[in-house]
Ligand binder design. Structure first.
Ligand SMILES: Cc1ncc(COP(=O)(O)O)c(C=O)c1O
Length: 369
């Protein structure tokens, strides 16, 4: 049996006719930017997430950058974030001119630990940027309490957490703003790059709308109130995303069902399953376990036709691009261990029970060898 980590083909095949029609309509509308597709997509996303505003943009990275800029983050400011994330989290902070500062993660959820955030707050700290990694919400109670105490902005990196919840509230609606990615392999994937910002604050929303459109005044095309950039989502992507958005709840339920199959199939093994904090709901963008002998297990699964991935093998403070910052790995012991032990198993809504059981049987064979 061959089992991919994620299979975009199966999803695409099931929606091919609707996707082709939607893309063609947007193409022939001759309105390729900021037209009815993006406008309706924004309304539908906002309603699904229970937030007042959604502003579409060109990628998850640009969503983070725009949200930070709209929140007033600039050169001289510090933004506290996790080192156990994708590079776009920190590169987007740097693009605002601000400096990112790392806090270590919690060993259960792999998300930024409020206790370490508290130790990293300085006079220059202006924002906290938690990442809801793998689809599990960070400790938003702890983070919001710190933010309120110190007057900080909270921008949630929701690239992996669409429809994940914390205490009954969907991620992206808890902090001052949320940044979503619609990279093809995400829970809602475009056919290319796309992203969005969510917020309940009108002024922040207006600033995002202007900043993604070169800082234009909304009524005067060649008057620029802000210095922004060209970071809009295009109409064809919005049309495609609207087709898929209708299936998102069902796909998320399917992911959660698949997680229960893994829980059953991996019982009794020395494998730590993904968890979320009490009263939180996991969106399983990826299904990541922690396991001994990780590299050998990964090779064994590959030999048996199963694709897996390590998100992330190298923490950001050890990336060549950040060598000059002089971070020391002993400062982040929890992140260091996670990098050695995590392994993401196949996870996508169309995965069958038979396939999941095959993955579990192979893992059982590996540990019982
Ligand atoms: C945690 C995280 N943040 C940000 C991004 C950036 O999103 P995009 O690739 O759409 O720019 C990603 C995408 O992989 C991500 O996983």
């Amino acid at each position: 049996m061959q089992i991919p980590l994620f299979d975009l083909q199966r999803q695409h095949d099931s929606l091919r006719t609707q996707l082709n029609a939607a893309a063609l309509d947007a193409l022939n509308s001759m309105q390729w930017l900021l037209g009815p597709q993006t406008e309706n997509f924004e309304k539908e996303m906002a309603s699904l997430l229970g937030v007042k505003y959604c502003i579409s943009c060109s990628s998850g990275a640009s969503a983070i950058q725009l949200a930070l800029m709209a929140a007033g983050i600039q050169e001289g400011d510090e933004v506290i974030t996790t080192p156990f994330t994708f590079m776009a989290t920190t590169s987007s902070i740097s693009l605002t001119g601000a400096k990112f500062v790392f806090a270590d993660i919690d060993p259960q959820t792999y998300n930024i630990d409020p206790k370490d955030i508290a130790r990293k707050i300085t006079r220059k700290t202006k924002a906290i940027l938690p990442v809801h990694l793998y689809g599990a919400a960070a400790d938003m109670r702890g983070i919001m309490a710190l933010a309120n105490e110190h007057g900080l902005k909270v921008i949630e990196d929701c690239a992996q957490s669409l429809l994940a919840m914390s205490q009954g509230v969907k991620t992206g609606g808890i902090g001052h703003a949320g940044a979503f990615s619609f990279y093809p392999s995400k829970n809602l994937g475009a056919c290319g790059d796309a992203g969005a910002i969510t917020t309940n604050e009108e002024e922040l929303a207006n600033r995002c709308r202007s900043l993604r459109h070169d800082g234009r005044n909304k009524d005067k095309e060649y008057e620029h109130d802000l210095e922004g950039s060209t970071l809009r989502m295009d109409e064809v992507q919005a049309a495609i995303l609207r087709v898929k958005l209708k299936h998102l709840k069902d796909w998320t339920t399917a992911r959660q069902k698949i997680a229960t199959w893994y829980e059953y199939g991996l019982q009794g093994l020395p494998v730590t399953l993904p968890t979320s904090l009490p009263n939180n709901t996991h969106a399983y963008c990826v299904y990541t376990v922690r396991c001994p002998n990780r590299d050998k297990l990964q090779v064994y699964l590959k030999e048996n036709g199963i694709s897996t991935a390590v998100y992330y093998p190298v923490p950001l403070y050890r990336q060549p691009a950040y060598k000059h910052l002089g971070y020391r790995k002993q400062d982040f012991p929890v992140t260091e261990t996670a990098c050695q032990e995590v392994l993401s198993l196949p996870m996508f809504p169309q995965l069958t029970e038979e396939e999941v059981m095959y993955v579990c049987e192979c893992i059982q064979k590996f540990y019982r060898k």
